[in-house]
Design a binder for this molecule. Structure first.
Ligand SMILES: *Cc1c(COP(=O)(O)O)cnc(C)c1O
Length: 396
């Protein structure tokens, strides 16, 4: 009978709402891109999508998807190992490995699945997983599914990581796991130092490049490019759902025996559908484009610098960023909500983040820059921040 449970849920939902934590969804009635229209009819500039390269509505990707839709149909109706593999899936896996300079790649329906299915097949109770405290929820869930001993170090704290590594000498294998870019501050993991420690303490490394792939590094290859460690990290996970077109799909790329074992034993791969042909085809077209030019990365890096310097000049407090994520610090939860609401009135769509998503007293607006933003879009955003910032006495 539902009655008691219904009462219980209603109470829970009310308490979520009363705590100000209820997540409401704004409805977009255009394609995802830098200028969007929302269901109220208002046209706004979008500064809160993970559309870092502006590819969510790219004609190149849309055309590739349409062509594949005509030639290869809509869905696969199967997992990969039964009858869910087209040549397109294999080609995309190869392109991803080429892009990152790795040995092999395995596709998943999402990076959430890649992270959910990477630990349990590789490690057991004899082993150690050493994880950054700010790692993505999917890594935390993936680690929970694995019997390895768990260690946690404070965000990017190398002294704590070293302590964990010392204690973890008791285990057979050690895997250090980190996000490449942390989504709230936009800081990168100190992969150079992590690599040194991994060498010293005989550990492997896994980096989740979801917010860094396509973005970080001169040619967008991610943190392994930034720190000159291409091909040296054992496991990279990433998503096709952010910079790389923003549709759906995830991957694990790295050492070939690791990928081979995942194909045999990774549960989200074995027991969940393969990505639609049109998504694989669009991914192939996207990586082909990436291998020819760094134009989008150049534009993204220039846009980010332009935005950050404009905001700093106006007197805003921005966390040092090494990605396309710019945290405009406000330190007060209500203020972050008020600023976001007034920014929307100015035609700028940004989101305020506050506890428990970020620590108490660390409320902020997270701005995400895209190669799809034009200079006038960035100016409009900066000017709106200045107007709202003055009104709410954030700046003078
Ligand atoms: C977004 C994100 C994911 C999830 O990616 P999906 O492909 O959308 O499931 C995983 N890890 C990190 C670090 C992310 O930022």
């Amino acid at each position: 009978m539902y009655t008691n449970f219904q009462e219980f849920l209603k109470k829970e939902l009310t308490s979520i709402e009363e705590a100000g934590l209820y997540k409401k969804e704004r409805v977009i009635v255009t394609p995802q891109q830098s200028n969007i229209k929302i269901s109220t009819g208002q046209e706004v500039l979008n500064f809160c999508a993970n559309n870092y390269l502006g590819l969510s509505n790219s004609p190149v990707l849309v055309d590739a998807a349409k062509k594949a839709l005509d030639q290869r149909g809509f869905g696969m109706s199967s997992v990969r190992f039964i009858c869910g593999t087209q040549d397109l899936h294999l080609e995309l896996e190869k392109k991803i490995a080429e892009y990152f300079g790795t040995e092999d790649t395995i596709l998943y329906a999402a990076c959430f699945d890649a992270n959910g299915g990477v630990f349990e097949p590789l490690l057991n109770e004899e082993d150690a997983i050493i994880s950054d405290s700010l790692n993505h929820a999917s890594i935390i869930d993936g680690v929970r599914l694995c019997k390895a001993q768990r260690y946690r170090y404070a965000n990017a704290d190398m002294a704590e990581l070293e302590n964990c590594l010392k204690v973890a000498q008791a285990q057979r294998f050690r895997l250090i796991v980190t996000d490449g870019v942390f989504s709230m501050d936009g800081n990168v993991a100190p992969l150079d130092k992590i690599y040194e420690l991994a060498q010293k303490y005989n550990a492997m490394i896994m980096v989740d490049e979801s917010h860094s792939a396509g973005v970080v590094g001169h040619t967008g290859r991610g943190t392994t490019e930034l720190f000159d460690l291409k091909g040296k990290v054992e496991i990279i996970t990433g998503t096709l759902g952010k910079a790389f077109g923003g549709a759906i799909g995830g991957f694990t790329t790295g050492k070939k025996e690791i990928i081979e074992m995942l194909r045999q034993r990774s549960r989200p791969y074995l027991f969940s559908n393969s990505i639609p042909p049109m998504v694989a085809a669009a991914g192939i077209a996207m990586f082909d484009m990436m291998s020819k030019t760094n134009e989008l990365q150049d534009r993204l890096h220039a846009n980010t610098e332009y935005f950050v310097s404009g905001m700093l000049a106006a007197g805003f407090d921005i966390k040092p960023t090494q990605s396309a994520i710019c945290a405009v610090m406000l330190y007060d939860a209500k203020l972050s909500q008020d600023v976001a609401a007034k920014m929307l009135e100015e035609g700028i769509y940004v989101i305020g983040f506050y506890f428990p998503v970020v620590p108490r007293e660390q409320a902020r607006i997270r701005v995400q820059i895209s190669a799809g933003h034009r200079k006038e879009d960035l100016d409009k955003c900066i000017n709106a921040f200045i107007k709202v910032g003055k009104e709410l006495r954030v700046i003078k």
